[in-house]
Ligand binder design. Structure first.
Ligand code: GAR
Length: 209
């Protein structure tokens, strides 16, 4: 698979959030520089009232919200969120702390250009509690992973990883905060390179030229 970005202008990013949105903020900040090669054209969420949406609003970026609870069923929500994202014609969709699994409609539309950032070194510790699960297991090194979302839970092809050492006195909060620092830098670096240079996937091996 080869990416097919429009070489004429900055790549269009739609970012999905469910919480604090510090990863979103890092992207918003990076996009201030035209040389970065991307712009956040919209921010979507699965819940209202979160700081991630407030960050988008402060940056003047359009937002949309669709709660699963307000949809008829999960597949209707999947189709609705797919259309809401698609309306902004993204080149790349970024899940930045978006705590919902992509459904079949979403993956049919955005598969291969939907990336997710996760606070652990996948395939270890997938799911909602990557930092806590790594700490509970007693690993000495964990980190962050950026990957292309597929239909599994955090099983897609890995684009980039960064390691973070676990300190003896870490609790979940201190470890996750240290991971998030590294994660934001990774996200900005790698999404920018994908936007500027494209990427290829061969046998799960992702390459950014
Ligand atoms: C990030 O650490 C992200 O990896 C994690 O939520 C945090 C969001 O932080 N996502 C997951 O755990 C998904 N499985 P943010 O809202 O400050 O960007």
């Amino acid at each position: 698979m080869t990416s097919d970005l429009d070489p004429r202008g900055p790549a269009r990013l739609v970012v999905l959030v469910s919480g604090a949105g510090t990863n979103l903020q890092a992207l918003l900040d990076a996009c201030q520089d035209p040389a970065y090669g991307a712009q956040v054209v919209a921010v979507g969420a699965d819940r209202p009232g979160i700081e991630g949406l407030a960050r988008a609003e402060r940056a003047g970026v359009p937002t949309f919200v669709r709660r699963v609870a307000d949809a008829e069923d999960r597949s209707t929500w999947d189709a609705e969120i797919t259309d809401l994202v698609d309306a902004h014609e993204p080149d790349l969709v970024v899940s930045a702390g978006f705590m919902k699994l992509a459904g079949p409609a979403f993956l049919a539309r955005f598969g291969g250009r939907y990336v997710n950032t996760h606070p652990a070194l996948l395939p270890s510790f997938p799911g909602m509690h990557g930092a806590a699960d790594a700490l509970a297991h007693g690993v000495k090194v964990t980190g962050a992973t950026l990957f292309l979302v597929d239909d599994g839970v955090d099983t897609g092809a890995i684009i980039a990883q960064r390691a973070v050492e676990v300190a003896d006195d870490d609790d979940v909060e201190s470890l996750h905060e240290r991971i998030k620092k590294v994660e934001r830098a990774m996200l900005v670096d790698v999404v920018g390179r994908m936007a500027r240079d494209g990427w290829t996937v061969r046998d799960r091996r992702v390459t950014i030229p």
